[in-house]
Design a protein around this ligand. Structure first.
Ligand code: GLN
Length: 484
């Protein structure tokens, strides 16, 4: 049965509906593969085998009942998932890969978990990440580093490194990650999988541990574009528990997926094809343009002048919001409670023991940004507006934009990156984050067995179009075979 773990989600669904495999068998096959591959990959912080099998048995009973009654079967019934460990799962530890929350078990499910559980997806476990989402390699996890399944001497990217690695290693058919300034897109690029940062407001953040609330979004990671569309459809939508979620008419990405790119106008962002980005990555992204042109799209170089300012503004906004969001971890209500003799030492010791170096550094920077009289947060907000208006201008003439995901290829574990290098890793991903725009990351070329990613950015709520372009590229380039 283990061969099924490499199948696409639509193929798994066909097997389930035809009774050729049960959800219990499928879930066991993934658990078996997790056991086999975890010693090398280390993607999971928690594997909840018992819960997964219970969920799967429930899914099998439900499928039998629905089929007997001739009723429609939910899109993911019986298809298991794995979830980044900053998304709350009732009764299952949710640590944010931090000592601070090492023993925290949420009393409720995040909205995305509620939706997927109602849909019928068994929960395999919780995935490693950079502590509280801060980092680019998953080496900032307080517990252990995840390895890139394509070459275990390399990092999987971050902060959703566990999510990307789990999908790449066939430990789960899909995973959820979160993206603040690139944390879904960048690891997707490093592990050769597809990841989307949805439009801000597309997916409920209720139950997502906040890093920078004005930028955070939850999104799926999958092997292919079509699967990604399927999962986003299942988790998207307005939620009374998150007032920033947008009101939308019902939509279906799947219906427009195969409409091709004839006449679609795509702009190649010139500022992200400069010396900051490794030459081979630039060349690969430019070749994507050629492939899309062959499929009928129109390509032109365009300018997004605010790219460098965007990185600075992101740094200010994300540090400031992090400092304010993490103030709640003070040893009083939840999380680590250190030994102490005064209230002040309770705060100090709990935060000192509970938080890692990188998190502390950014909290310090954020506290300074918020308390200084230089008005840095407000200035950063005005840059955010400038980025938004740069994009809006481009979208008057173009349907979507194309650029790299990361300026460099996956690097060896343990590489000492300078602060400058760490920030520059987010260069191509933060503009869309600041503007709240959807951005799809997917592999566009392979170099000596390693993937190179490309990014498609569109106007707010244009995920359907991005998937369409991505799907056309998969087909035209031959990088993805037809559904297994
Ligand atoms: N690397 C970026 C950071 O550390 C992005 C992280 C994220 O998107 N969560 O801020």
């Amino acid at each position: 049965m283990t061969y099924v773990i490499r199948f696409s989600i639509p193929a798994l669904r066909r097997l389930l509906l035809a009774g050729q495999v049960s959800s219990s068998e499928l879930t066991k096959a993934y658990i078996e593969n997790i056991r086999k591959t975890e010693p090398q990959v280390s993607a999971f912080l928690t594997v909840c085998e018992e819960r997964a099998l219970q969920d799967a048995e429930k899914a099998d009973r439900r499928l039998a009942m629905l089929q007997a009654e001739g009723k429609p079967v939910p899109s993911l019934l019986g298809i298991p998932m794995a979830v980044k460990d900053n998304i709350c799962t009732k009764g299952i530890a949710t640590t944010c890969a931090s000592r601070m929350l090492e023993h925290f078990t949420p009393p409720y499910d995040a909205t995305v978990i509620q939706k997927l559980s109602q849909n019928g997806s068994p929960l395999l476990g919780k995935l490693n990440m950079d502590e509280f989402g801060i980092g680019v390699s998953t080496e900032n996890s307080a517990f252990f580093s995840t390895k890139n399944p394509l070459d275990v001497t390399l990092v999987p990217g971050g902060s959703s490194g566990g999510s990307a690695a789990a999908v790449a290693a066939a430990q789960a058919p899909f995973a959820l990650g979160s993206d603040t300034g690139g944390s879904i897109r960048q690891p997707a690029a490093f592990c050769g999988v597809v990841g989307i940062n949805p439009t801000y407001g597309r997916v409920s953040r209720y139950g997502l541990a906040a890093y920078a609330s004005s930028l955070d979004q939850i999104g799926p990671l999958t092997k292919t574009v079509a699967e990604n569309a399927l999962i986003l459809e299942a988790i998207a939508g307005q939620d009374a528990k998150d007032v920033t979620t947008a009101q939308n008419k019902p939509f279906s990405y799947m219906t427009e997926l195969d409409q091709g790119v004839k006449g679609v106008r795509i702009g190649l962002i010139a500022e992200l094809l400069t010396g900051y980005v490794q030459e081979s990555i630039r060349a690969n992204v430019v070749s994507v343009g050629k492939v899309l042109e062959k499929a009928g799209a129109k390509l032109e170089f365009v300018s997004l002048p605010s790219v460098e300012d965007a990185l600075a503004a992101y740094t200010l906004l994300s540090c400031a919001e992090l400092a304010s969001n993490l103030a709640r971890f003070d040893g009083v209500r939840f999380g680590r409670r250190a030994s102490h003799d005064t209230l002040e030492s309770l705060y100090k010791n709990s935060r000192n023991e509970g938080l890692g170096t990188h998190v502390k550094q950014r909290i310090l920077a954020g506290t300074m940004i918020l308390s200084s009289d230089c008005n840095a947060y407000a200035k950063a907000l005005s840059v955010k507006k400038a980025v938004q208006s740069d994009f809006a201008k481009l979208f008057q003439d173009y349907d979507a934009l194309l650029c790299p995901v990361v300026p460099r290829m996956p690097f060896p574990l343990g590489t000492k990156l300078s602060e400058q290098e760490i920030y520059t890793m987010d260069l191509c991903t933060v503009p869309a984050s600041l503007a709240g725009l959807p951005a799809l990351s997917m592999p566009c070329a392979w170099e000596q067995g390693l993937p190179c990613g490309m990014q498609l950015i569109g106007p707010a709520f244009s995920e359907g179009l991005l998937y369409r372009i991505g799907r056309a590229f998969e087909r035209e380039s031959g990088l993805v075979k037809e559904d297994a």
